[in-house]
Design a protein around this ligand. Sequence first.
Ligand SMILES: [Fe+2]
Length: 345
Amino acid sequence: MIFRQLFDSTSGTYTYLLASRRGGEALIIDPVLERVDRYLQLVRELDLKLVKAVDTHLHADHVTGLGALRDRVQCVTVMGEQSHADVVSMRVSEGDRIAIEGVSLDVLYTPGHTDDSYSFLLADRVFTGDTLLIRGTGRTDFQNGDPRAQYDSIFNKLLKLPEETLVFPAHDYKGDTVSTIGEEKRCNPRLKVRSIDEYVDLMNNLKLPNPKMMDVAVPANMHVGLRQEEIARRGWALSAAEAIALCERPDVAMIDLREKSERDKYGVIPGSLHAPYADLAANIRVGGMLHELAKATGKRVVFYCAFGERSAMAVQAAQDAGLTSACHIEGGISAWKKANGPLLR
Ligand SMILES: [Fe+2]
């Protein structure tokens, strides 16, 4: 496995790059905007294809690299379903998996530092965001933080993992890079409390100054959605209502770009075909499934996904590949559902 821990010294942020092999798909956790060039250089050097960029929560101390990475390499952006970010490509919740080729992260909802804080478990290691730090825990005094919820996330979820599980946090300010669950149980001063009330008391009396970047980072991180006006201006976007009118028409091929887990969880548009975003390049090139389908049947190709991000990127790529009938459903299944479009489970 390829595993890289990268550090942004300005914000003390750790970013993790994961892949199962050289030449394969890669995933990045908690990228920092200013470091995006470096990440992409490393991705190229290791001959990887960055397909997913994930944030453990909405950060207050640095601007996320999610939007920039998506714009640069058309990767899928992922955050928890509670996230206050305007649009990410995919939202996950407790029990979901974030998968790329050869790597699968179990999604643990661990609120407390913020109400959108998640941890991700990968076999022998857990990425704890700002929930559990090395000899510390993330502050709970802003962004809907809640020390009670954090106690529960730490004591009833993270500390229940095997003692030898490696702990990789989103930050460190002291120079530590990794710990284990067992080590934190024994040595983390914040966890030496006898009750939840004692923990709440401790967290409510930290009296920390706000992060320097907070006034810049929080608003910036709430607006990471892909700007879809250009796609719409070119006439490549359908509103949910317009798309509903085309549902199951013989001259239209609705193409679902989501992953199987999202289809199972949220339902699919009746009559649509499944062609995951990860396979897009192969599907739209000459000889590819979608290219041939459009050519042979003359059907109009209508892409959709969860929120319209992947489908907007797919429309652009399909148009570039000569599929001139390609368009997408703006706002994805989320908008479709709000407009009372039919869904099959
Ligand atoms: Fe944070």
